[in-house]
Design a protein around this ligand. Structure first.
Ligand code: URA
Length: 248
């Protein structure tokens, strides 16, 4: 039998979304500040069906409900912010609304971009979705706009496509990658793996140095031109389908 949408008690839903402790949420409810389909909810233990349309149907303290669990978003990651505590600097999560940082399940990045890389970064609170996108079996490609310090030598297209390039310190060659040359110092590289500093190390392996790196595509999803650095947008079902289009 197909599984229906999950249900949660209202107080658990709101507290998991970061609106406060169960007690604080109860107070919001008792103050008449939570409505569903225009009706004030009286009981904080009312069971709520968790569906994406809740954002248009539930109002909390005069504002639409935050996206319910199952959230996925794209961010235009600016330079200088980090995806993990392992690097110094402000975290990408700082660019999300403060309350979203208190959600359970927490929002995490789907893969990472270096502090000095900008571009399309996906985030979700859905562990199954995260694994689906980063799983090697899904073969989701990532495209990077690369600016180089020195002119290309000329053999990079073949070398990257060969599937035999070994990066220093690795014990397995890279899978084939596609290189589109835009000029002598600029190219678009499409990879399906996500090894540590992969693109920078690929160009280091051919005696070059990456001076700017920007991801403009994940799968078939392009970073929208109108999404400025530091901005984010929820992903639609159609966007997610595009992400999972395997292509290289
Ligand atoms: N490759 C890199 O070297 N850095 C990134 O951020 C992503 C891919």
């Amino acid at each position: 039998m197909a599984k229906g949408p999950a249900q949660l008690r209202l107080d658990r839903l709101l507290s998991n979304l970061g609106y406060g402790s169960r007690r604080e949420v109860q107070q919001l409810v008792w103050a008449g500040l939570v409505t569903l389909d225009g009706e004030v909810i009286e009981d904080s233990d009312q069971r709520i069906l968790i569906k994406p349309d809740l954002v248009t149907r539930m109002i909390v303290d005069d504002a639409p409900l935050d996206p319910p669990p199952g959230l996925a978003l794209m961010m235009h990651k600016p330079l200088g912010v980090t995806c993990s505590h392992k690097e110094l600097g402000p975290l990408v999560y700082k660019l999300l609304p403060e309350r979203w940082r208190r959600r359970d399940p927490a929002i995490s990045t789907i893969g990472r971009l270096d502090k000095d890389t900008s571009g399309l970064l996906l985030m979700t609170d859905d562990g199954a979705l995260l694994h689906k996108i980063i799983s090697p079996r899904s073969n989701v490609s990532k495209r990077y706009d690369v600016t180089l310090d020195r002119p290309l030598r000329g053999d990079e297209v073949e070398l990257f496509a060969a599937g035999s390039l070994m990066l220093e310190g690795d014990d397995k060659p890279l899978l084939p990658a596609h290189l589109d040359v835009a000029s002598d110092k600029r190219a678009f590289v499409t990879i399906t793996e996500g090894r540590y500093h992969q693109v920078r190390r690929m160009f280091a392996a051919v005696g070059n140095h990456v001076t700017a790196l920007h991801r403009d595509r994940v799968g078939g999803l392009a970073l929208p031109d109108d999404l400025k650095a530091g901005e984010y947008r929820l992903l639609s079902a159609a966007d997610l389908e595009k992400v999972l289009e395997a292509r290289i």
